[in-house]
Write a protein that binds this ligand. Structure first.
Ligand code: IPE
Ligand code: IPE
Ligand code: MG
Length: 248
């Protein structure tokens, strides 16, 4: 299904899907309808990313801080995740999509965890785009859990403190084995990371678009990719742009 990725298309795009509530508010609708419409935008985003040959698409679906929302809204969001996986898993599997879930799984509701595990297990051998769903995810929580796991190894004498390298820390994060995002897009005009991929996005290009998440479509995606393609990524070095021949 996917075409070869052109060199200006990022290998890994991560999206902070923001603005469902404001999308609904603007129309005098309950926030829950904004979330519902947001699921359609998720389907669209996965489709477009696959068509463009993007290898990894990470979507921030529910943060470890989103539990602070009213119980009814939290329940709506949990319900939508369940509906999404139940309705879309077969289709995603058919399209060769591999699903990975990042975030804390401990204390997740008993009706959610098995679904997430089923989604991962069913698609584990697929070779198309990897869809990473960040659910109950917070970067500080993720890094803290990685540090705790390393501390256990040190305390047990399996690991010397000086062997804790950046690479080893990365290998204990939920994203182990997934390349760092090249591009992080946030919708709705907010310009912050809200505890998303703080370690992995160290050198990601950040693109903020004004559209609310339910309005995310091919045009918005392509515009963000266009901004990305014109950025000069230096990774602390000097410009990678080819130098012009002088005097020719
Ligand atoms: C994003 O939309 C969805 C989640 C955070 C789960 P919001 O619900 O944050 O919408 P706004 O930001 O209030 O408009
Ligand atoms: C970030 O959006 C979390 C998700 C998109 C899942 P929020 O709407 O929760 O972030 P803040 O509260 O505006 O920073
Ligand atoms: Mg928001």
């Amino acid at each position: 299904m996917s075409t070869a990725r052109s060199h200006t298309v990022p290998q890994h795009v991560a999206i902070i899907m923001d603005g469902n509530g404001r999308w609904a508010n603007k129309r005098g609708l309950p926030r829950t309808l904004g979330h519902k419409k947001g699921v359609e935008a998720v389907r669209e985003a996965v489709r477009i990313a696959g068509d463009l040959g993007i290898d990894y698409l990470t979507l921030f679906a529910f943060s470890s801080e989103n539990w602070r929302r009213p119980e009814a809204e939290v329940n709506d969001l949990m319900g939508l995740l369940k509906v999404f996986i139940r309705r879309d898993l077969a289709e995603l599997h058919r399209k060769n999509v591999r699903i990975r879930i990042i975030g804390d799984r401990v204390n997740l509701r008993g009706d959610i965890l098995p679904l997430l595990e089923e989604a991962e297990e069913t698609t584990t051998r697929n070779t198309g785009i990897t869809l990473v769903i960040a659910f109950n995810y917070g970067a500080r929580d993720e890094i803290t859990r990685a540090v705790q796991a390393l501390a256990v190894d040190v305390a047990a004498g399996r690991l010397a403190p000086e062997d804790i390298t950046a690479q080893r820390v990365a290998s204990r994060l939920d994203t182990a084995g997934i390349p760092d995002p090249d591009l992080v897009i946030r919708t709705s005009g907010e310009e912050r990371l809200s505890n998303f991929l703080l370690w992995q996005a160290a050198y990601a290009e950040l693109v903020f678009v004004p559209e609310f998440w339910p309005d995310f479509d091919r045009d918005v995606f392509l515009r963000a990719l266009d901004v990305y393609a014109r950025r000069d990524r230096r990774f602390g070095g000097v410009t990678s742009a080819p130098t012009l021949a002088v005097g020719s």
